[in-house]
Each structure stands twice: as C-alpha cells, then as structure tokens.
Design a protein around this ligand. Structure first.
Ligand code: CDP
Length: 212
C-alpha cells in the first residue's frame, strides 16, 4: 500500500489492456480511478446524437465544455462505434482543452488517483509520481479485442479489428494536439507476451520500485 497520496498515469494505444490494468492498480493501492477515454467517448456520442459534425472543432468543443459526469454513465459508450467517434473528436484542441480541468481536479484529489488515457503523463499530469506506458503489438491487441467481442456474442473478423486498431493508432499518434506518445520519464510495459495477471504484477513492481 502507498503511504502517501499517489498519482499514477497509465497511457497507451487502443486495446493495450490499460483499462483493466488501471482498474486493478487503483484497487490494489486504494486510489480513485478515472478512465479518461470515457470523456471523449461521451463527447462523440453527444455530438452524434445532436447532429453535430464530429469534425467541427468548435461545435464539439462546446459539447465538451457542457459535459456532465452523468454523461459518463450512459450505456453503449464502450462499443466500437463510440471508440471511433471518440478518436475523431479527440483530435480537436477545443475538445481537449475543455476536458483538462476536470481531469486535473480528479487527479489531485487528496486520496490520490489513477488515470488512464493517451496524454495523462504528457499533458494532464506531467508531475505524476508514476507514469506507465502500456503497449502491445497491433496484432496482439487486435486478437485480444476480437476474442473479447466474440465472447460477448458479437462475431467480428480479426482482420476488421486489426484495421480499426491500426487506424486508431495512426489518428491518435498522428494528431498535433496531445498525440499519443510515452512521456520522457514513462516506464514502458509491453504486454504482448503477458496475460492480465502477469501484466498487473509487472505494473505493481514498476510502481513499488518508483515509489520506494
Ligand atoms: O479502450 P480504448 O483504448 O479502445 O479507447 P479509450 O481509452 O476509451 O479511448 C477512445 C479514444 O479517445 C482514443 O482512441 C483517443 O482518440 C481518445 N482519447 C484521448 O485522446 N485522450 C485520452 N486521454 C483518452 C482517450
């Protein structure tokens, strides 16, 4: 257990297992947890529902500025379409700027916090005590996501998911506003050869070493 409030930033590309890992890490260290992807997913969904062009920076930025925590509990935010919309609205600086204050205030709560996303270590919490960049090859990530979807009864071809993963990587890493990249002081965790239990233990080792 941590003996002082910690901020842990967990970044990485789509389907790298950040969410599962971040949630388990937060429970293990008794920290609050924020999945920041949900913010972008909710903005994309609200924009689509109100007929706003997802490629319009100002209009989507206005939606982000009005985002309410209740919007994050909507069902359907975890799906593939929501992920695609999220990555489209996430390229716009007005959207990103509107979401900064909420994320920073969550991160600085007295009990400490774990946040996962794309730019937590680079932009949102550059002073986080621990920054982990979780990755895995596109093929491994696509395989995991395909298996996950098939297990839920949503039959989808591996090739389709691999193409989506590559598209999302290209958009997230290629954008000029807060592109996906490891912070200079991030600890890299490649989970290509790890199951979730092994990845969780490896993350705890990194955190314990960084904070001891
Ligand atoms: O779970 P998955 O990795 O598929 O996606 P997510 O973490 O929910 O993020 C969905 C999309 O939101 C990403 O592809 C990014 O474009 C965007 N995002 C971002 O730009 N910055 C963040 N801190 C979190 C998500």
């Amino acid at each position: 257990m941590a003996d002082r409030p910690l901020t842990i930033a967990i970044d990485g590309p789509a389907a790298a297992g950040k969410g599962t890992l971040a949630k388990r890490v937060s429970q293990h260290y008794g920290l609050a947890y924020l999945d920041t992807g949900l913010l972008y997913r909710a903005v994309g969904r609200l924009a689509a529902e109100s007929g706003v062009d997802l490629d319009d920076p100002e209009a989507t930025g206005a939606i982000a500025a009005r985002l309410d925590t209740a919007d994050l509990t909507e069902t359907g935010l975890r799906g593939r379409e929501a992920g695609e919309r999220a990555s489209r609205v996430a390229v716009h600086p007005p959207v990103r700027e509107a979401l900064i204050a909420f994320q920073r205030s969550f991160a600085s709560q007295p009990g400490g916090a774990v946040l996962d996303g794309r730019d937590i270590g680079t932009v949102i919490c550059p002073d986080a005590e621990v920054k982990i960049f979780v990755t895995a090859s596109p093929e491994v990530r696509a395989r995991r996501r395909t298996d996950e979807l098939n297990a839920k009864g949503r039959s989808v071809a591996y090739e389709t998911i691999l193409a989506e993963v590559r598209d999302r990587d290209a958009r997230d890493a290629g954008r000029s506003a807060a592109p996906l990249r490891p912070a200079q002081d991030a600890l890299l965790l490649d989970t290509s050869e790890m199951d979730i239990e092994t990845a969780f233990r490896a993350a705890c080792d990194l955190i314990d070493r960084a904070t001891s």
